[in-house]
Write a protein that binds this ligand. Structure first.
Ligand code: V47
Length: 353
């Protein structure tokens, strides 16, 4: 069976099929990915009203792709106090956010109570706000720093009020590439085990893939299929988020950005391979809002949210630091021919515009 026959048959695609998909032209790939996307969500494009907060940029790890953490190229260390975080959220809730997305660097001096206590305080002050926080990389950092198991850290997260886990820290699972771009960070196996534990507690999480640096198309297929296997086992991933690599102010020498065609193909192939993760998020902070909207025709069904303040990708060159106004977001989705559906963090519908 050739790859078109396999796509037509609706059979599950394997690694060889995944590699063969890249040889198809964008519009053929788009046709099949869009069919799957439309069968699930018709012309809905999902988003949420959220606030990203990155409470510290002091990090014990040195990931070559990262321009956010304080280092020689970015000598601007900070750690927010709990009060500062709560004050920030006092402002954000005025804009009707339903989610706070908190990701920190791996700060050895902040203390476990600094990492955990903030969740409790957020829940005390904003009981209905969904707290999406702590990547598997942060959980692994906390477990090793405080001589605890990942499960003990996860139990603490749940006790203190974390509702779901973001998908960060996945980068690229291929061990050789991982060693080159982020040596010392959580291993691929451990990243997966942590999400497995989280899912077995009945909780949801996301999964990312950082692409467009030194990895190959084959590495992307391998990454996506490792997630599909994990989803077969534990079932808790809500969304897959391919993050387009931004190349400024960091230590990874990458001469060229990917073409838009390659980026759109990556979204489309993600949709075609991942038959068991419901949502594909075109995170506009890395793809630009323009391409994230076009990606809705090529398999993606979600755009993340209004964000308000974005610090990780913008440190590396993305034009996303100020987030997007809700009305602009709605206008852009509608003029692209989609129906904006505001969702909560678990993809329950809040409002259709
Ligand atoms: O894991 C770091 C990435 C991630 C760069 O779960 C970079 O809903 C591009 O995971 N170029 C953190 N990306 C952000 C993240 C995320 C974002 C939005 C939504 C969700 C979700 C999760 O940022 C890291 C890393 O892969 N990153 N540096 C860079 N130069």
């Amino acid at each position: 069976m050739n790859i078109i026959e396999k796509l037509e048959s609706g059979e599950r695609l394997n690694y060889q099929d995944g590699v063969a998909l890249w040889e198809l032209d964008l519009f053929t790939l788009g046709k099949y990915a869009n069919e799957k996307r439309r069968a699930l969500y018709e012309d809905k494009a999902f988003f949420n009203i959220n606030r990203h907060i990155n409470p510290t940029n002091i990090c014990k790890d040195i990931c070559k792709f990262c321009a956010f953490s304080a280092n020689r190229k970015n000598p601007n260390p900070y750690t927010m106090s709990h009060e500062e975080i709560l004050n920030t959220l006092d402002e954000s809730v005025k804009h009707h956010i339903t989610e706070v997305h908190m990701v920190s660097a791996h700060n050895k001096d902040a203390g476990l109570e600094w990492y955990m206590g903030i969740f409790r305080k957020i829940k005390e002050r904003f009981p209905t706000l969904h707290v999406k926080a702590l990547t598997a990389a942060e959980i692994n950092f906390l477990a090793t720093t405080y001589d605890m198991t990942s499960e003990q850290i996860i139990d603490l997260m749940i006790e203190n009020g974390v509702d779901s886990m973001p998908g960060g820290g996945a980068e690229i699972f291929d061990e050789k590439i991982r060693e080159y771009i982020c040596k010392g960070k959580v291993s691929s196996k451990k990243w997966m085990e942590i999400h497995d534990i989280w899912h077995k507690k009945g909780k949801k999480s996301n999964a990312t893939m950082l692409f467009g640096h030194v990895e190959s198309r084959e590495h992307r297929v391998d990454h996506i299929l490792r997630l599909r296997e994990q989803q077969d086992r534990s079932g808790g991933f809500n969304a897959f988020i391919p993050l387009v690599y931004q190349r400024s102010n960091n230590y990874l020498k990458v001469e060229k950005f990917l073409s838009s065609i390659e980026i759109l193909k990556t979204y489309a192939i993600s949709r075609l391979l991942l038959d068991n993760i419901p949502h594909i998020k075109a995170y506009w902070a890395t793809s630009t809002i323009n391409l994230a909207l076009i990606a809705q025709e090529f398999g993606a069904d979600d755009l993340d949210g209004t964000i308000e303040k974005e610090s990780i990708q913008s440190a590396a060159g993305a034009k996303s630091s100020g987030g997007l106004q809700l009305q602009t977001f709605l206008d852009l989705i509608q003029t692209s021919g989609f129906v904006p559906v505001q969702r909560d963090s678990l993809y329950n519908k809040i409002e259709t515009y």
